[in-house]
Design a protein around this ligand. Sequence first.
Ligand SMILES: *[C@@H]1O[C@H](CO)[C@@H](O)[C@H](O)[C@H]1NC(C)=O
Ligand SMILES: *[C@@H]1O[C@H](CO)[C@@H](O)[C@H](O)[C@H]1NC(C)=O
Length: 417
Amino acid sequence: MHLPTVLSVVFAAAGVTAQLNDLAVAAGLKYFGTCGSEGNINSDTTYRNILNNKSEFGQLVPENGQKWDATEPSRGQFTYSSGDIVAGVAKQNGQLLRCHTLVWYSQLPSWVSGGSWNRSTLQSVIETHINNVMGHYKGQCYAWDVVNEAVNDDGTWRPSVFLSTFNTDYFAISFRAAKAADPNTKLYYNDYNLEYNQAKTDRAVELVKIVQAAGAPIDGVGFQGHLIVGSTPSRSALATTLKRFTALGVEVAYTELDIRHSSVPASSSALVTQGNDFANVVGSCLDVAGCVGVTIWGFTDKYSWIPQTFPGQGDALLYNSNFGKKPAWTSVSSVLAAKATNPPPAQTTTLATITTAPPAQTTTTSRPAVSTTSAAAPGGAQQTRWGQCGGIGWSGPTACQSPWTCQVLNPYYSQCL
Ligand SMILES: *[C@@H]1O[C@H](CO)[C@@H](O)[C@H](O)[C@H]1NC(C)=O
Ligand SMILES: *[C@@H]1O[C@H](CO)[C@@H](O)[C@H](O)[C@H]1NC(C)=O
């Protein structure tokens, strides 16, 4: 408890609260986020208030509302009433939106999965779906999960109407259609159990290479991070796995992180283990240059998909069912804060003193006299959308390409939005 106290002084002095997204951004990530559960947003005020808090969650993703069965339940009939719920919350609060998901074998209406298609008709169905759904959300999504869960755990390609019709050609077809529908969003492949760096991970690496070899665009790989307390890989093993993908020139993110107990209620020692596991996952993202952020798959144990899917298991999130912060919340906040207070070498000396300095000094020394906006933009360069355009220690461009403007998210990070 001592560490958070010191940190709260440091961050209060810096105008940054010791909350997860603020800390994550101060630590160099683009966001710390959560999925939002469409059904609970308007019925549970406590839930909604925490979800609304941009200091805690700088990014939201709809849990179900943008999936195929929600957006195009029958052919050519598009509906966005569910998908717009979380998108609307994010827009209202100025939170980034991850969008999820387009081409997936599950939550796929039977008119698609059971249809009788040839390549030409199914390609048209995919393109129409992607064009409409991405068109509806155009400009709102930081990233889209274009293809989801195309690989089995044993490393074989997962059977689906898409695989049986196209073999692996549906990857490039989908990514190309996505690029055409919204050229300014990051296009992701997203899957679970990539964290273990086994046959499934090898196949996902191959998937990225297949898309790239076809000349189609792919920007990122989402590690869903549905993990189990006590069997989560170490921080360094996780970082090694993330780097297999960044080495291919794509960014990575944890997109659906939850770490479930194999049996509940969890003992107090299991809660500590869960905290360590969460810290290892978040820490691995901090350790890899191309890892942009962490999204948890819900924040409260009150609402989670786990108990329905894995009976007897659960309590996989950072807040308990009464919205109290669990030990895992403190672990995540601590690992983020440790990185945030230990920025690049030039500032290390200054900041190292801070943690031992009395509060009165903290106020003056913890804010290096860097006026971020006064740093001249080299050559008048303009940052692209989503790019960093200011913040403590930032020496890159401070102007944004039109029509984006440089918005101060906190003292450490301004972004072209
Ligand atoms: C977010 O939550 C923190 C901690 O409860 C609180 O201090 C802060 O005021 C909240 N921010 C907003 C915008 O409600
Ligand atoms: C695919 O199916 C459609 C509709 O049944 C048909 O018009 C078209 O000729 C078929 N294409 C090929 C290449 O078989």
